[in-house]
Design a protein around this ligand. Structure first.
Ligand SMILES: NC(=O)c1ccc[n+]([C@@H]2O[C@H](COP(=O)([O-])OP(=O)(O)OC[C@H]3O[C@@H](n4cnc5c(N)ncnc54)[C@H](O)[C@@H]3O)[C@@H](O)[C@H]2O)c1
Length: 362
């Protein structure tokens, strides 16, 4: 059997970009494990699903038997773990699903991986990698200066970030306790085609062309670092090819933008590519709205060390990548209609919603 990589969350935004990257530009076949939650769609993998190197398994990372069975069947030499709940605003409304998927789910996946890994022949055990995809948000919030370095203390401030930080700690704990060769990858905000329309860039594009207001949280001064999803996919491949077990890698671009400036740039691009029927500018739709609770001011990653160690660098230039992304959404209304499943861009993340009381004892 050809060497294979298991990609969890491979039907999501970054996962599907990674699967395409590995199918077309690596020698490995790919097994995708995805629960097809609201952000995961077969449509994201359309062009590769029929490829001989691609195997799709519909299932949850927390299903122990399923995970054990597919590890035995496909015998991957690496797991790239991207499956997660990923939207900060939804974690503010309801933290529990984030803990269940991102923490408990990761722990179960790690357990099954350790069982599989321990039974491998010595040479393969040494080569094996468990690559965990994490985020700059685990470090907490920065002021106007400075960057997070790999190994800085984790100070997550949203339920999403806390659940990702817990998963990062579990990967490191499984490496120390059981020897599993784990790697933690932390990336900044990704943009590009096929991102679920709850996230800032697709949300703004779709609301703009729908004639709706463009809500910018707070003063709009919060700063994020942006990387194209194809650069992240190439970065993850570099981690697989050249990453060292036990390391933390930063997949950042150095491109920082205040949210307000980003939305202004989107409006300028849309004014050119898809002028409003009344001839006015999309800028008129921008509104500053009540801030997100606990809104982190700024994230920025020190990625130079990773560039050197992995011989990888982001390539997609800004604003060309942003313009290409806008074009993609304008040309893929059918994809938008298929994936939305009832979400029409309404505001999320105002605060904790009342949950049904239920026991956690099984
Ligand atoms: N998008 C970003 O800007 C960004 C930045 C840094 C890190 N990350 C991390 O990268 C990873 C992928 O992010 P994304 O933006 O592609 O997310 P996404 O929401 O687009 O995709 C997540 C995928 O995981 C799947 N999934 C969720 N729960 C699952 C479960 N229990 N079992 C199996 N599959 C499950 C979903 O169906 C979906 O396909 C996440 O771990 C996220 O925390 C994302």
């Amino acid at each position: 059997m050809e060497p294979c990589v298991l990609v969890t969350g491979g039907a999501g935004f970054i996962g599907s970009a990674l699967v395409r990257q590995l199918i077309y530009h690596s020698p490995w076949s790919v097994v995708v494990l995805d629960a097809l939650g609201y952000a995961g769609h077969r449509a994201n993998l359309e062009e590769v699903l029929s490829h001989l190197k691609c195997h799709f398994v519909h299932g949850d990372i927390a299903q122990r038997c399923l995970v054990a069975e597919l590890l035995e069947r496909y015998r991957p030499w690496a797991v790239v773990h991207l499956a997660a709940l990923t939207h900060v605003d939804r974690s503010i409304d309801s933290p529990e699903p984030f803990v269940l998927t991102n923490v408990l789910g990761t722990q179960r996946l790690l357990e099954q991986t350790v069982h599989y890994w321990q039974a491998l022949p010595a040479k393969q055990r040494k080569q094996f990698r468990f690559v965990h995809m994490s985020t700059d948000e685990v470090y907490g919030s920065l002021g106007p200066q400075g960057r997070f370095a790999p190994g800085d203390p984790l100070r997550p401030r949203s339920p999403y970030a806390a659940s990702k930080a817990a998963a990062d700690h579990l990967v490191e704990a499984f490496a120390c306790t059981y020897g599993l060769p784990g790697i933690v990858v932390r990336s900044c905000n990704n943009y590009g085609p096929r991102q679920y329309p709850e996230k800032l860039i697709p949300l703004m594009i779709l609301r703009a062309i729908g004639g709706q207001e463009l809500p910018v949280y707070g003063t709009g001064e919060n700063v994020r670092e942006w990387i194209h999803v194809d650069d992240t996919a190439r970065g993850l491949q570099a981690v697989l090819e050249r990453g060292t077990a036990g390391e933390i890698y930063h997949l950042g671009s150095g491109l920082e933008l205040a949210n307000r400036d980003l939305v202004n740039q989107l409006c300028e691009i849309l004014d050119r590519l898809n002028p409003r029927p009344d001839g006015r500018s999309y800028h008129e739709q921008i509104r500053l709205v009540e801030d997100r609770p606990g809104h982190d001011f700024r994230y920025a990653l020190e990625s130079e060390t990773t560039y050197r160690r992995l011989q990888w660098r982001p390539r997609v230039p800004w604003p060309q990548g942003l313009e290409q992304t806008v074009r993609w959404y304008l040309q893929h209304q059918q994809w938008v209609d298929r994936v939305r499943r009832g979400y029409e861009g309404e505001r999320l993340g105002r605060g904790l919603q009342k949950q049904e009381s239920q026991t956690l004892v099984h």
